[in-house]
Design a protein around this ligand. Structure first.
Ligand code: ASP
Length: 308
């Protein structure tokens, strides 16, 4: 059996067995908490901290719900009112928080690598969970996307998955590729304007297809990404109307995918920019299912890291 995780900062290099264990555990959590109507007494007496240096709605709420459903106490460290704004070093913040005896720090930061830095500098036995660092990783999103696909198309070896949009700046795309390739998906297509595509070397296991109509042909799942303007240089900003014409998902494009293709998006969605409302709200949309699965996946991760 693969060893139990102490931290979760990335899915890169995680063995298939570990990823499958977390997905199985997420399903078990869903059943044990009866879809959220019952609490599980797994982390009573444990304290987890949400330390978010970047805005978040879904992820932060989802981690908070997950921890509470397991009986843990949750503290939200509001960066807006903290001394982080007064120039307090990240490590001073870490050590101050550690002195309050926390069991886990869930961190989101605009700088890639911050969660691993915290792991290296932690003095206590605190576990670190990455809730998104720069464009590098968003491991719980990768897991919840894999879980959502598995619920509908468990035959990973034979799947074609298209990831379309601002791949270059997307930590979601990276964690999705890590999860899906570990689980056996061989046909992963990356699509987007050349200026928003990453180096091919970083995604050696994927196929780069610039034309979206080609990239979605016969796909079993399509994951749409937001234009992450906050990580773009002014010169990279595409014209939104032209972008939608080339890379937006509407029903005509979706018709080129395999029948019943799963439509996914990590949120927040921008209607009329990367996805049309008719598709985001349509019968094939799994976007809200992804959100629901997020809570179970985060319960699974907290359980893996913190259960006694
Ligand atoms: N919510 C996701 C993230 O934090 C995707 C996005 O922001 O576009 O990376």
């Amino acid at each position: 059996m693969s060893p139990r995780l102490r931290h979760l900062t990335t899915l890169e290099h995680l063995p298939r067995e570990t990823i499958e264990r977390l997905l199985d555990r997420a399903m078990a959590m869903r059943d044990a908490c009866a879809h959220g109507t019952r609490k599980i007494d797994l982390l009573t007496g444990r304290t987890v901290l949400n330390l978010f240096f970047e805005p978040s709605t879904r992820t932060r709420t989802s981690f908070e719900l997950a921890a509470r459903r397991l009986g843990a106490d949750v503290v939200n460290f509001d960066i807006g009112f903290s001394s982080a704004n007064k120039g307090e070093e990240l490590y001073d913040t870490l050590h101050t928080l550690e002195a309050m005896h926390l069991d886990a720090i869930i961190v989101r930061h605009k700088a890639s690598g911050t969660p691993d830095e915290l792991v290296r500098h932690a003095m206590s036995g605190v576990s670190v969970i990455n809730a998104g660092d720069g464009n590098r990783a968003h491991p719980t999103q990768g897991l919840l996307d894999a879980l959502t696909i598995r619920q509908h198309r468990p035959d990973f070896e034979n799947l074609a998955v298209t990831i379309c949009g601002d791949v270059k700046h997307s930590r979601v795309a990276r964690s999705d590729v890590h999860a899906l390739s570990a689980l056996g998906v061989r046909d992963i297509r990356l699509c987007g304007p050349a200026s928003l595509m990453p180096d091919a070397g970083e995604f050696a296991q994927c196929r780069f297809v610039e034309d979206f109509s080609q990239a979605i042909e016969g796909a079993d799942a399509v994951i749409m990404l937001r234009l992450q303007k906050e990580r773009m240089a002014q010169t990279e900003l595409p014209d939104e109307a032209a972008y939608f014409r080339q890379y937006g998902l509407d029903s005509a494009r979706l018709a080129r995918a395999r029948k019943g293709c799963l439509v996914m998006h990590p949120g927040p969605i921008n209607r009329g920019i990367e996805i049309a409302s008719e598709v985001a709200d349509g019968a094939q949309s799994r976007i809200l299912e992804q959100v629901g699965n997020g809570v179970f996946v985060r319960m699974a991760v907290l359980g893996e890291l913190l259960a006694r």
